[in-house]
Design a protein around this ligand. Structure first.
Ligand code: FEO
Length: 397
């Protein structure tokens, strides 16, 4: 169903209400997601992005109800990832010669995904096309926000920024606009999206935001490729991204563990007790890695000023949930976060060393040597864990 955005600009995307995981099983999408495609109907007709491949037929069918598809003058592919380009093969069967505007890397990505030699037109920052009625689309490369081919485009006259993945959320709502949806849901999904998708490229986000500010364009509306359209005070999300990109943290400490027979869990729970006693105002949170979605854990780490990770020693290493977590955080390029490790062992204390090494390599500052228990924690270990938590909290004040 077409939805009106502003003047001659329409949303023609797909709401995927029952999506529960994205990027394989990596990102849990409790509130679904959307694949936002936009139609500009000025003297020229422009389609910006499409939808995920399983919805190709529905997308092309709906588009054909809105206009004669042969009348599309330009297609803009802001990003080649299949959640936005997936309907191109079906669409291009109908209009094989229509030019597709994208970056040089976009051409590589689209050719790589679809093995088609469509009528690609490479563009770079500052290139522009006229859409008629005195309006232009200006292209802005946004490499690594979040893929090398990513691009934004800006519609003059209407002052709309089409930002593709940037500023988005995996969030589904028929209400479409930021001022209409549940604000708790919107911001929760905005944070989670940044923490999982954009965080590794924070240094580039800061530079890109500066570049957009230097362009001196006034933005009335930001049309993302997932989630809502920012029409009410759209600069609020630009400012929030500036905050996120600057080593974001809250007064939060996150403890994540996995456990075999409850020993590492006992240490974790008593560390929490110690932290809370030492600093009643810090938001200390405790998660079992095996009963949490990894993308939710990444959100909690993103918000934290410090974390602790714990595992028993198994097979001369750590439990696979903790190994997966360490692998995930190793690419996140966190700055200014502190950490420590803990765990239980029977024969050799390997897990805490493995975790500490992984945390250091991921850029965390290790503020205390690990705490570990040989076999099941006894009363001494319990009180030492409380004390350990108190000291950890004290170092962070
Ligand atoms: Fe929403 Fe990078 O694709």
């Amino acid at each position: 169903m077409k939805k009106h955005i502003k003047n001659n600009v329409y949303w023609v995307g797909k709401n995927h209400w029952d999506l529960r995981h994205f990027h394989g099983s990596e990102f849990s999408t409790d509130k679904g997601s959307s694949y936002n495609s936009y139609l500009i109907k000025e003297e020229k007709i422009v389609l910006i992005d499409t939808v995920y491949q399983p919805f190709s037929s529905e997308f092309v069918h709906n588009l054909a109800k809105e206009l004669d598809i042969n009348k599309i003058d330009y297609i803009v592919a802001n990003h080649g990832e299949p959640d936005h380009s997936g309907a191109l093969p079906e669409l291009m069967k109908l209009i094989p010669n229509t030019p597709i505007y994208c970056t040089e890397n976009g051409i590589k990505s689209l050719k790589g995904h679809y093995h088609e030699d469509w009528n690609f037109v490479p563009v770079k920052t500052g290139d522009r096309i006229s859409v008629g009625n005195g309006k232009e689309l200006i292209f802005i490369q946004a490499a690594m926000i979040h893929w090398p081919d990513s691009m934004f485009c800006f519609l003059t006259g209407d002052h709309i920024l089409f930002s593709n993945d940037a500023f988005g959320q995996h969030y589904c709502s028929e209400l479409l606009f930021n001022d209409l949806v549940d604000q708790g849901e919107l911001w929760s999904e905005t944070y989670k999206y940044y923490a999982n998708i954009v965080q590794p490229f924070s240094h580039l986000v800061a530079r890109k935001l500066e570049e957009i500010i230097q362009m001196n364009i006034s933005i009335d509306c930001i049309c993302t490729s997932h989630g809502i359209v920012w029409r009410d005070n759209p600069m609020q999300i630009v400012n929030k991204y500036a905050e996120f990109a600057n080593a974001y943290q809250e007064n939060q400490i996150t403890i994540i563990y996995d456990t075999m027979y409850g020993g590492t869990q006992t240490i974790a729970e008593n560390i929490v007790k110690g932290i809370s006693e030492a600093d009643p105002l810090v938001n200390v949170k405790l998660f079992s890695a095996s009963s949490s979605e990894i993308s939710d854990l990444m959100l909690e780490i993103f918000k934290s000023k410090a974390i602790m990770i714990g595992s028993p020693t198994v097979h001369n290493g750590v439990l696979y949930t903790i190994a997966g977590l360490m692998e995930f955080i190793s690419g996140m390029k966190y700055r200014n976060k502190k950490a420590a490790a803990f765990g239980c062992y029977g024969w050799h204390d390997v897990s805490t060393k493995t975790i500490e090494k992984g945390l250091k390599e991921a850029g965390f500052e290790i503020v205390m040597p690990p705490i570990s228990a040989n076999w099941k924690p006894d009363e001494n270990v319990v009180s030492n864990s409380v004390e350990y938590g108190k000291q950890f909290a004290g170092l962070l004040k």
